[in-house]
Design a protein around this ligand. Sequence first.
Ligand SMILES: [Zn+2]
Length: 260
Amino acid sequence: MLNKIILPLFCCLLTACATSPTGRSQFISMPDSQLNQMGLQAFDNLKKEKTQSTSTQYTRFVNCIAEAITYETGGNWEVVVFSDDSLNAFALPGNKIGVHAGLIKLVENQHQLAAVIGHEVGHVLARHSNERLSQKTALKTGVTLITAVSSPTSTLGQVAVSSLGIGAQYGIILPFSRIHESEADIIGLDLMAKAGFDPRQSINLWQKMAQAGNKQQPAEFMSTHPSHDTRIKELSEHIPKAMKYYQQAQSIGKIPNCTK
Ligand SMILES: [Zn+2]
């Protein structure tokens, strides 16, 4: 019993260890406040560089879903719809969510978009950007990294934007690791179900994404989020547990009705 307490404490003295929401040990060496500032800076840049959608229909649809999902996580989240036809969405440390119009056009219903937003928020909750950056830039100072976000063509800038998961916006394709993907999938599935969205629709979503990715132009999101088959298999295994959350949500009146 004592060992169970002392051993993790001892490990933490030697390395900057942390535990993810799924119970996985992580090496985290950067302060979260710094990651939040990087996320904020990156989001500001994207808002300046990209055109925001003027469709009130799309904005209402995305906000309705994001509000239901982030109600489960707490905190204030900023959500922006970009008028970009590529299939992409992202979430950044500092509670920022971006959704491309192309993805809104692709989804058939609220549940499918909730699956993507849940997955992206899952990356943030599990501090994946911090973990990736901790592995790569142990010696870089915070100020340098925050500045680097603003110059995505520099070497450090590439590390910064790709660690934040928005490399594709700048033509840098760096896939998330399989571990991070699986973890974001599981966290996302539970989140969407707790918010009252049907977790089974996540399978339909990823199948649709895979189909879209097989056409001439590879889907932006799929090029940074590989292995649909493994993903669908793992999601299927986790659906029975998520269905329990979904049923609980319904029984307490969490029945979102977001339409596009
Ligand atoms: Zn992902």
